[in-house]
Each structure stands twice: as C-alpha cells, then as structure tokens.
Design a protein around this ligand. Structure first.
Ligand code: ATP
Ligand code: MN
Length: 478
C-alpha cells in the first residue's frame, strides 16, 4: 500500500491536471491551519498541501506539527501561491506518526552546525544535511561509474589486518582478549598467539598493499571502503573512521597516475553538478551566507559553484616538492614570519604550507611530486637522484591534501634496501615482496579521502558534517 506513493520530486514535476496521488513525508511547517509544507527527502523543495478549511476538526489539525509524518491523498492542481507550480489539494490526511512540537528539537528556524552535530540522528531532516547526503550519494555512485567505465575491478580489501608495517597512521587494535587479565608470554608481554586470529590484528589504515597484489593480475583495480586511523588529530579534515578510494594500476608511471587522478576528480565533480544541480545551488547559497559572517579577507574569492566550474575547466598546477619549498621560502608570508612551522628542504609540508601554495600562490588545485624519500612510505619508487621518491599529493583549496599517491617501487633490491633502512621486517611482508619476485611491473596508485572530496564539492567546512555519524577523538555517538 505504501509503495503506491509518489515522491515529492516527481510530484513537483507533474502536470497539474487534477489527478489523484498519494504522498508521504514529514511536515516542515504548517501555516494558517491550511498550508502544509511536506518533505520526503527526494528534494529540498517541499510540496504544499492544502487542507481545505472546515474539513478537519481542531483536534486533528493540532496533530499536524513540525516533524510529524503524514500520508496525504489529494488532487494535483496548479498553485496560486508563490514559489511552486503545483500543490496538492488534500482529500484525505492521515497522521502516521505524531511529533510533540514542544519536545521536537528541530524547530523551523536556523540551527548552528555545532548544535546539529549533537543531534546527528535528526539532522538529516534539515535542508543542509539532506542536500549534503544526496550529493555524497551521487559522488559515491560516480566513483563506481568512472572506474567501471574504464574497466577497473572493484576490489574489497580486508578491514581487519595483521599487517602493521605500512606506517600510514596509528591503528586501532582488534582483539577478543580480556583487557583486565590477558594471557602473557614468559617475558610478560601480551600473548597474541592466544588471541582470536592467533596474532595481533588491527583495523586497516589503507587497502593499498592488498590492492597491489590484485593489480598484479587484474591490471587495474580500485577499493572503496572504510579505513581507520587512531590519530589524535582534532581538525576539520580528520576523522578516525573515513572512507577511502584507492585505485592501483599495473603499467602506470607517476605521470599516468596524475593524469588518472585529475580525470577522476573532474569526472565525479561533473557528475554531481549534472545530477544534483539543485542541491549544489542550495549549498552554494548556504556557503555564501556562512561566509558573510567572516571578515572580508577570510572569504573565498569564488562561490562554491564557481569554484567547481573552475576546477572542471582548468588543469591542476604540477610542481615538484623542491619548487614548492622555493616558492614558500620566497613568499612574503615567509619573510614576515607568518608560518608557524619552519620551512626548509626535507620538512613534511604542514597544512599552512599547503594552503598557502593552493589558496594564495596558485589559486587552484596543485599536484606536488618528488618528495624527500625520508618523509614518505617505503613502497614509493626512488627517483634517479637517490633522494626523492615518485610521490604525488594533490592539494585542494580549502581542504589541503585530498589525494596521496605514488609510483610504487617495483625493483626488488631497491625495495628491500628501503625496508631495511626503515626497519620494516621483510618476513612480515614476504607476500608483498612476491609481487616483485614474480613478474614485477611498473605500477602506481593513489588514495582519495572520500569525505574530503565531499567537503570540497559541498563546501562544508567541517569534515564532521559530510559523514552521517562522525568518529573523532572522544566521540563515537550514535
Ligand atoms: P594528512 O597529512 O592530511 O593527515 P595523510 O598523509 O595521512 O593525510 P594518506 O595516508 O596519504 O594521508 O591518505 C590518503 C588520503 O586519505 C589523504 O589524501 C586524505 O584525503 C585522506 N585522509 C587521510 N587521513 C584522513 C583522516 N584522518 N580523515 C579523513 N581523511 C583522511
Ligand atoms: Mn595523516
């Protein structure tokens, strides 16, 4: 019976010919005991329901409150009111679920994003969050479509892993041992041989190493799954649980890798712009409103849609790490001692440095390549200079690092030398080294943080507002 309903989005596009339809949704507002704005999440536009005066008694009308759910049958007619072409002249209204107006936390007024984070179980019911999560869906769908069209294989890498040699971040331990009295080795350490998997295990920080194994047969694969980092970074760009997309490609060098990443980012942005134009317009206005609170020099030069258009039509800047350091050292920002962290060849670029390059200097996304080997992971391919590796980070305005990738070291001797230097035990990664022993090929890949991408496209400033239920230090509610 419920599936005969028509969604609000379809209804708003219907011809007002008096036909009878049934809609269901949640009341946003109810005016003059007559006009109900009903929303069902298919669009941010509400359908106006007209409850003819005199048809319902006061006791019933009192139940039509913000947040209540309704089933309404009526006739689709042209609307006399402003703002909508059609409205529904109700013949039958049923309250599916009451909502006590006194207690309902979401009043029809503006709430702060901070407040909405505390009631994340209800925030889907706001225009901002419905728009964000519809766009997030579109981007996820576009990710699969992009790789599918290119013949990549979607690979599910393990979430529980025993490999802890990758060094991408702090890990969460997975264990069924009793905390208060774990089994111990004769030396007194926790004896993980007694644990569920017979060894110490963690939640994955990246599926890359496993992705490489598959790419050495399937040629081009991608992962799209949750990753976990127990880093204590309370920033607007870090989550303890986030989703990452990691393509890994045989027969790719660093150049091919950059080209793919750029094409990929454009593709998914374009997809969202084509399929979620209305939501993005809404988010564009929301951001403009939010930025009105900021001092002039803190506001973005481009609006959200302008920024996305710009990214679609302009190639990313490509520079080497060494060039990046020179730009920073020559900047007046540096000379005026405005950077908090030191700048010299060899440093890991801090977010203030990345943001300077992207937002002040180039004013567009930047791909930085050729990082010092010492600050990058063991699997990145050594360049001929013996000092830098074929790494690439993509930095985006307002976000900083959005992609981290590299050409992988395919030469067994170089790889093992690097592992030795970094004290990574080869026995633990013997399976990984097999790919270099048997039919090794040049290959490359990258990781794109999905939430950072959603931030970029929706213009949401805090990463906690683009994932339904954020996990951050001291917070795992809902
Ligand atoms: P950062 O320097 O910003 O912490 P990272 O160098 O640790 O990033 P990588 O290990 O290269 O990042 O991970 C690949 C991508 O995953 C990053 O480019 C970013 O988009 C995303 N990412 C990394 N850590 C997080 C996190 N804690 N929360 C959300 N996204 C993240
Ligand atoms: Mn990190």
């Amino acid at each position: 019976m419920f599936n005969t309903r028509v969604k609000v989005k379809a209804l708003l596009a219907a011809a007002p010919a008096g036909q009878e339809v049934t809609v269901m949704g949640w009341v946003r507002t109810f005016r003059n005991n007559q006009f109900i704005a009903l929303n069902d999440g298919s669009t941010n536009q509400h359908i106006q329901i007209v409850a003819p005066l005199g048809q319902y008694d006061d006791a019933f009308l009192k139940r039509i409150t913000t947040g209540a759910s309704l089933k309404v049958t009526g006739n689709v007619v042209a609307s006399l009111g402003k703002g909508q072409a059609v409205e529904l002249k109700a013949t039958h209204i049923e309250v599916l679920g009451d909502s006590d107006a006194e207690k309902y936390p979401l009043q029809p007024k503006k709430h702060s994003l901070e407040f909405l984070r505390e009631i994340a179980h209800l925030r889907f019911r706001t225009n901002t969050f419905s728009a964000v999560f519809r766009v997030r869906h579109a981007l996820a769908f576009a990710v699969h479509q992009f790789f599918h069209e290119k013949g990549f294989i979607y690979l599910n890498t393990p979430i529980i892993t025993a490999s802890d040699a990758e060094g991408a971040g702090e890990m969460f331990r997975v264990s069924t041992l009793p905390f208060d009295n774990p089994p111990r080795t004769p030396e007194g350490a926790v004896d993980f041989r007694e644990d569920f998997f017979g060894k110490a295990t963690n939640l994955t920080v990246s599926g890359q190493l496993e992705g490489e194994l598959a790419a050495m047969a399937l040629s081009e694969i991608y992962t799209f799954g949750p990753t976990f980092r127990a880093e204590n970074s309370n920033t607007t760009r870090h989550l303890a649980e986030f989703w990452m997309i990691e393509p890994e490609m045989a027969f790719y060098d660093i150049e091919d890798n950059m080209n793919l990443a750029e094409e990929f980012i454009r593709y998914i942005i374009r997809y969202a712009m084509e399929h979620n134009a209305e939501d993005l317009q809404f988010l564009d206005q929301r951001l403009a409103e939010e930025e009105k609170q900021l001092p002039q020099d803190k506001r973005s030069e481009l609006g959200l849609l302008q920024k996305l258009e710009f990214v679609l039509s302009n190639a990313f800047e490509r520079i080497t790490y060494t060039e990046a350091i020179s730009i920073l050292l020559e900047s007046s920002h540096y000379k005026k001692k405005k950077f908090k962290y030191p700048v010299e060849w060899g440093i890991d670029l801090q977010s203030e440095h990345e943001r300077y390059l992207v937002e002040k200097h180039f004013k567009k996304p930047v791909i930085v390549t050729g990082y010092p080997a010492a600050i990058k992971a063991f699997y990145m391919r050594m360049n001929d200079d013996g000092k830098t590796v074929a790494a690439m980070d993509i930095l985006a305005p307002g976000i900083g690092e959005i992609v981290g990738g590299s050409q992988r070291e395919e030469r067994l001797d170089r790889l093992t030398a690097r592992m030795e230097a970094m004290h990574i035990p080869a026995e633990e990664l013997d399976w990984y080294l097999d790919t270099r022993r048997f039919g090794t090929v040049p290959h490359a890949g990258f990781g794109l943080g999905f939430e950072r991408m959603v931030q970029f496209v929706t213009g949401m400033t805090n990463i906690r507002d683009v994932i339904p239920f954020p996990r951050t230090p001291k917070n795992a509610s809902f």
